[in-house]
Design a protein around this ligand. Structure first.
Ligand SMILES: Cc1ncc(C[n+]2csc(CCOP(=O)(O)OP(=O)(O)O)c2C)c(N)n1
Ligand SMILES: [Mg+2]
Length: 446
């Protein structure tokens, strides 16, 4: 990941191929079918949607631009390099660059990127790895080997991977359940994920907790807890501590559309904004919180609108475009690291599975799922890489084969682990050098 910093600017080609009329007609057709999808995307009528045949960057740099009285010109690379000052920041910098809501067959990713070919292939590795790790988890779940649920991020992997890839090695993340991609991009090995899901002794929490409920301080991964919203104040505290230690780190805290409606989210982000802490909040607008569609739990259309309440910049990005996710986050990270403070990024995406494998999604219209299948972020990135001459189909297949081989070994390792000894549950809950492990008194003995 260190090589990312040496990225070279790549040329871009126009993205064409579909007629504007066809896209519009399909959009209109799709729009009345799919309420939740409509909510998640900028609708065409808003004027900020996809323009067919255009090279449409998925974001515009909009930081530090009060004087301009509007969003900055697209692709003005000098802007991100400019020292960040608060004075010029417009309160809401909504960036309407999302490539939607047309039926997206044939859609590729953003053409404007600072990523090298090598980095783009590394992004593909993590994207595909996330997809395949989750597929293996589902197999293990159906074999009754998983303890608890399996929570997929199917359809939104590009958000977690693309945003996390914009961080430096020493930076931090606080992922939520849908952010396995960020955890893997941070360098956690799949074996840790498999062992953790199976509650094995060799898993990172040694069977004490499940799924991605563990942390790795070395790799800058703060273990999440389930309480929605609470990782925002936790990460605010991490960044405040880092500032006191004069460490220049940036952190990403992930949050769902549902989690954003909690009090903890508000208090945490408000404090981060007031303190101008380098916190990037990535709001994953995936249209549902359990079975509740987003429009039933928040009145705003764009989650990024909420940035205004905190006096921080807000972005909207197409969460299924991995390049756009990277580029948007990279700019926000640069801004935060150079003293600009917190940033809110809304990634428009979609949860294509139920809340977890045990949820059959009967509340979701079939048409909605079919629509979003066409927007699959992995397919879309593969199409991008091959159509732009960045990689051949064979090269992508080779990467996939390598991942599959790797996962065979990782699963085998996790399966070979024993289950934990029951009494180990009493250890490492508190710092045992201060507090000895606590055992329950044996009630059956007199
Ligand atoms: C404070 C709190 N309330 C309720 C829950 C139960 N819960 C867990 S996940 C979830 C839905 C989260 O939805 P969202 O924030 O949109 O994230 P997504 O699952 O879509 O990624 C709920 C209600 C919880 N964990 N914590
Ligand atoms: Mg959600």
């Amino acid at each position: 990941m260190a090589s990312k910093r040496d990225a070279k600017k790549k040329g871009s080609k126009a993205h064409g191929g579909r007629s504007a009329r066809r896209a519009k007609a399909e959009t209109a057709q799709a729009a009345h079918v799919v309420a939740a999808a409509e909510v998640a995307l900028n609708d065409a009528d808003a004027g900020g949607g996809h323009r067919d045949g255009d090279t449409v960057p998925s974001f515009e740099v909009a930081l530090n631009d009060a004087d301009a009285g509007g969003p900055s010109p697209k692709s003005d690379a000098s802007r991100s390099a400019a020292p960040a000052t608060r004075a010029g920041v417009r309160f809401v910098e909504i960036v309407e660059g999302v490539q939607a809501p047309a039926i997206d067959e044939g859609l590729i990713c953003s053409l404007e990127t600072s990523l090298t070919r090598e980095q783009m292939l590394e992004l593909y590795y993590y994207l595909k790895l996330t997809r395949l790790v989750e597929e293996r988890l589902v197999n293990l779940y159906r074999q009754n080997k998983v303890i608890g649920g399996v929570y997929r991020s199917l359809g939104q992997e590009a958000t977690a991977v693309g945003t996390c890839y914009a961080l430096e090695r020493g930076d931090f993340i606080a992922p939520l359940i849908r952010d396995l991609g960020a955890v893997l991009t941070k360098g956690i090995r799949p074996r840790a994920i498999f062992a953790q899901y199976m509650a094995k002794a060799w898993g990172p929490s040694e069977g004490r907790d499940l799924n991605i409920h563990f942390g790795d301080m070395e790799r800058g991964f703060i273990g999440p807890i389930s309480h929605l919203g609470d990782m925002i104040p936790v990460m605010t505290g991490v960044l405040l501590a880092a500032r006191m230690q004069q460490k220049k780190i940036v952190a990403i805290a992930y949050i769902g559309d549902g989690g954003m409606s909690t009090g903890a989210f508000h208090e945490g982000l408000n404090f981060a904004a007031v303190q101008r802490l380098p916190l990037i909040v990535v709001a994953e607008h995936n249209c549902y919180a359990y079975s509740t569609p987003t429009h039933k739990q928040t009145a705003v259309k764009n989650l990024a609108d909420k940035a205004a309440a905190y006096g921080i910049p807000g972005y909207i990005v197409d969460g299924n475009d991995i390049i756009a996710c990277y580029e948007t986050t990279k700019r926000a990270v640069d801004f935060a690291r150079s003293g600009g403070g917190a940033v809110l990024i809304e990634a428009k995406t979609y949860r294509r599975k139920g809340h977890a494998e045990h949820d059959d999604q009967r509340y979701v219209p079939r048409e909605e799922l079919e629509l979003w299948e066409k927007r699959d972020p992995v397919d879309r990135y593969e199409r991008h890489l091959t159509s732009q001459g960045i990689a051949t189909r064979e090269e992508l297949d080779q990467i996939t084969a390598r991942i599959k081989q790797e996962l065979e070994e990782e699963v085998a390792w996790a399966e070979s682990s024993p289950l934990p000894e029951p009494e180990r549950a009493a250890y490492n809950v508190y710092d045992n050098s201060i507090v000895p492990p606590a055992f329950r008194p044996k009630v059956l003995e007199r």
